[in-house]
Design a protein around this ligand. Structure first.
Ligand SMILES: [Zn+2]
Length: 375
């Protein structure tokens, strides 16, 4: 082990008169040895572009460009085109199409879970996807798609000390019956690695929270965790409705809660955990800048709302979970202790049973830095 790889520890000064280290030189983020659970990660935004390129070719998909770099740009955020909520969701068109077969789903899940462990010491990877957006409009069987995802997760868990879990996503633009089928599938596969359900997608006039009450209750009864995308681009009023009608364990994003004391009180009382993904919110411009995040976290802190930090899609957004924590630390928004609490919360709030048993500190000799080049 090289001396450089040793973890930094705060040493006591040799004598009482020795000057204290200036604040700027102190660590502003948590040690890479601390294990993390990634709770908010969409399969369509999580596979390394080079691997997606390989999968696309293996599937024989006709891409709009034969140039890898153009492809990379097509499936990653950053350009003006993606700087809106709907513009960001448009990026998923190609990734979902490329992942639309059992083989493609299996490889994608395997690569994400294994890569997250190698690169970021993520010991619990919850990956979410909508199986109906990967079955070529019904040409392929949903059970085969779901079983393939579970196989990919199982393969990664055989190779690395990780505990993966799959969340099936319902879509706001789907019909009630389509979403009901997804919930039925989640219940059918609950004992095999599906750990929860979620609702995501574009804001839709036809979506009514109350209509989902019964099916979410059935999912909970079957042992599934409940998370819902709300309080992101939509109004904060919907959040309170989701909380009361669907009784989620966690909420995807939910940053709008910071504007409403009543909602924050309800979240704190019910111990609901927010899955906050800062870079995603900045990209879609639902949060204006880091200064706004400072205010959001100040409100959550004041009202004791629990949260974990996620990425939404590390490869699409070009950010890893440790980058998110480091940015919050660098901007002085979350202290190192608060980041540690968020890391511990991510493991505690995971839908994966005994996630804590995988969460052992990484040895100091293992990669102390985030590796970015490796698939
Ligand atoms: Zn999301």
């Amino acid at each position: 082990m090289s001396p450089a790889a040793k973890p930094r520890k705060a040493k006591a000064p040799r004598n009482a008169t020795a000057p204290r280290k200036p604040a700027a030189s102190r660590a502003t983020t948590i040690s890479p040895q601390i294990p993390l659970a990634e709770l908010h990660c969409h399969l369509g935004g999580s596979v390394t572009p080079a691997i997606m390129w390989g999968i696309a070719h293996a599937q024989g998909i006709r891409l709009p460009s034969k140039d890898y770099w153009a492809f990379r740009k097509m499936i990653t955020a950053g350009s003006q085109r993606t700087r809106s909520f709907n513009g960001y969701l448009d990026l998923f068109h190609w990734t979902e199409l490329i992942q639309s077969s059992p083989l493609a789903v299996e490889r994608s899940v395997y690569e994400v879970v294994a890569g997250a462990y190698r690169k970021n010491h993520i010991t619990t990877m919850e990956l979410r996807f909508n199986p109906m957006k990967r079955n070529r409009n019904g040409e392929q069987d949903l059970d085969h798609i779901i079983a393939a995802a579970i196989r990919g997760a199982d393969r990664a868990a055989l190779e690395y000390p990780v505990k993966p879990g799959i969340i099936l996503i319902l879509d706001r633009e789907f019909t009630l019956r389509q979403n009901e089928i997804i919930v039925e599938k989640a219940i059918d596969w609950a004992s095999r690695g599906i750990v929860g359900i979620d609702i995501a997608g574009r804001e839709s006039g036809s979506f009514k929270v109350a209509e989902y009450r019964r099916m979410f209750r059935a999912a909970r009864k079957a042992g599934l965790g409940i998370t819902v995308h709300t309080g992101e681009s939509g109004p904060v009023s919907e959040m309170l409705e989701v909380v009361k009608q669907l009784e989620p364990d966690r909420i995807g994003h939910g940053i709008k809660a910071a504007t409403d004391v009543k909602t924050m009180k309800e979240l704190a009382a019910r111990k609901i955990v927010l899955e906050i993904c800062p870079t995603s919110n900045l990209m879609t411009q639902v949060v204006g800048d880091w200064e706004e995040f400072r205010q959001i976290f100040a409100q959550l802190r004041a009202h004791k709302v629990r949260y974990a930090i996620g990425t939404d899609g590390p490869e699409m957004l070009q950010t890893y979970i440790r980058d998110e924590l480091a940015a919050l630390g660098r901007h002085g928004i979350l202290s190192v202790e608060e980041q540690q609490i968020a890391a511990a919360t991510s493991i505690k709030a995971s839908f994966v049973r005994d996630a804590a048993s995988a969460a052992v500190p990484r040895s100091a000799g293992a990669a102390a830095k985030v590796s970015r080049d490796e698939g």
